[in-house]
Design a protein around this ligand. Structure first.
Ligand SMILES: NC(=O)c1ccc[n+]([C@@H]2O[C@H](COP(=O)([O-])OP(=O)(O)OC[C@H]3O[C@@H](n4cnc5c(N)ncnc54)[C@H](O)[C@@H]3O)[C@@H](O)[C@H]2O)c1
Length: 410
């Protein structure tokens, strides 16, 4: 799904017009190969899109990633299901490839540490896709925070509700034992962490949710998740955020995906709705399924440009292009003996570098552990971050002895 929405349009566009900057000159990007479980959809692309994508190698099956990494390429994008990012990402880094991983990057801090070590040892970039940071509304939110127009965030809520077709169709192959929080709450976790940090510290995490639609009511597959994260500002005041996610909203919901945020500051309130940005559309027999009633054309849409060209663009595609610009800068942005300095500069970009993903991964790991405990009959757990017992310590109700999820500092 995400390949078709964002990677394909980027790769098609860059094949026509190479990346360019004053430091690098023109840099061509071509899709060298694809590794997947069955190779079916890649074969479809080779048949239907090869004129725009070029002829790439299609590797399928259990050895597909190994085969892909043995071929001649510089960068690897990992867009496997949430709990299958780590192995291909580590293998790619070990093979000296720059790596871009779909959110959530990985599900545990131990895995994150391993990827950071591999990127360091092999002198390559390890980055994660958070396209919401490139949404113009979120860029403006952060600009207003940095410029101290919005002062001192205190609390807020975010909701991201996906339709039933996601849990029942698109993800049905790997959804068993999974939850919608890991998959989509991370969008807002990163938005909060990046926009209002880094001076504050993550303090604690709680979560609950509902079951019974995607799987049995007493099983490990979740329909919806309500997550609360609490940060502590340097002045010791706390900030709390509630993030509600679901993948069981009706398929005929007007916008398909429902996304809303509200942040409250000492002096301000910020309200935003991802799809109610002004356009409302009704077309007989085509909305709300094929066309959306309240579309978000800023994320990703196909356009006829005023100058006659057909294009597909938006911040969902721009974020992929940025990664390749960063790779191009490292490899071609100056003399070879200054590559390490260029690598350092690109690693210091906290919007996408894995080294800046610690809080998000910590929250995901904590949330998954809390949900697992609830599924095992112990609801109501809390994870304390960087407390006296370790980096991530899970406390069950009425039990003073924590389970240590991660002993190092988050
Ligand atoms: N940025 C976003 O807004 C966004 C949106 C959707 C999905 N995503 C992320 O992208 C990732 C993929 O989601 P999707 O919706 O594209 O899923 P999808 O099910 O459409 O595609 C997953 C692909 O991974 C392949 N795959 C599965 N296991 C594999 C393995 N072991 N080795 C090699 N290939 C394997 C499958 O063959 C399939 O092609 C997820 O991590 C998801 O969270 C991000």
């Amino acid at each position: 799904m995400i390949f078709d929405e964002t990677y394909r349009p980027f790769l098609e566009a860059v094949r026509r017009v190479p990346l360019y900057s004053a430091e690098t000159g023109p840099v061509g990007v071509v899709l060298a190969g694809v590794a997947s479980r069955t190779g079916t959809r890649a074969a479809h692309y080779l048949k239907e899109h090869s004129t725009r994508l070029g002829a790439f190698r299609n590797y399928a099956g259990p050895d597909s990633v190994t085969d892909l990494l043995a071929s001649d390429l510089h960068a690897v994008c990992v867009a496997t299901p949430d709990d299958r990012h780590f192995a291909p990402a580590r293998a790619a880094l070990a093979a000296h490839k720059h790596v871009l991983i779909e959110k959530p990057s990985v599900l545990t801090l131990t895995d994150l540490d391993a990827l950071l070590a591999a990127a360091g040892q092999n002198h390559v970039l390890a980055k994660v896709v958070y396209h919401k940071l490139l949404d113009p509304d979120h860029k403006k939110l952060r600009t207003l925070v940095v410029d101290r127009v919005l002062i001192h965030v205190n609390n807020g809520f975010c909701s991201l509700l996906e339709p039933k077709s996601i849990s029942g169709g698109q993800f049905s192959e790997w959804i068993r034992g999974r939850n919608p929080g890991t998959y989509v709450a991370v969008h807002y976790l990163k938005l909060i962490d990046f926009t209002f940090g880094p001076s504050w510290s993550l303090d604690r995490v709680t979560a609950t949710g509902q079951r019974g639609l995607v799987g049995p009511p007493d099983g490990t597959t979740w329909d919806s998740v309500q997550l609360q994260v609490v940060y502590r500002h340097p002045d010791n005041r706390e900030a709390a955020f509630d993030i509600h996610t679901s993948w069981v909203t009706p398929d005929n919901f007007p916008g398909y995906v429902e996304q809303e945020v509200q942040f409250r500051f000492d002096n301000a309130v910020w309200n935003a709705h991802q799809r109610k940005r002004g356009v409302e559309l009704a077309v007989e027999k085509r909305t709300p399924s094929e066309l959306k009633n309240t579309p978000n054309y800023h994320y990703n849409a196909a356009f006829l440009e005023p100058w006659g060209e057909r294009s597909q663009r938006g911040y969902g595609i721009e974020v992929i292009e940025r990664f390749f610009r960063e790779v191009a800068f490292v490899e071609y942005g100056g003399p070879a003996d200054q590559r390490d300095e260029r690598l350092r500069q690109m690693r210091s970009l906290t919007y996408n570098d894995l080294s800046a993903d610690r809080n998000c991964v910590a929250i995901v790991q904590a949330m998954e552990a809390i949900l697992a405990k609830a599924a095992a009959g112990v609801p109501g757990c809390l994870v304390k971050v960087n407390g006296p017992d370790g980096g991530l310590a899970l406390y069950e109700p009425r039990n003073a002895t924590p389970t240590i999820l991660y002993s190092g500092r988050v």
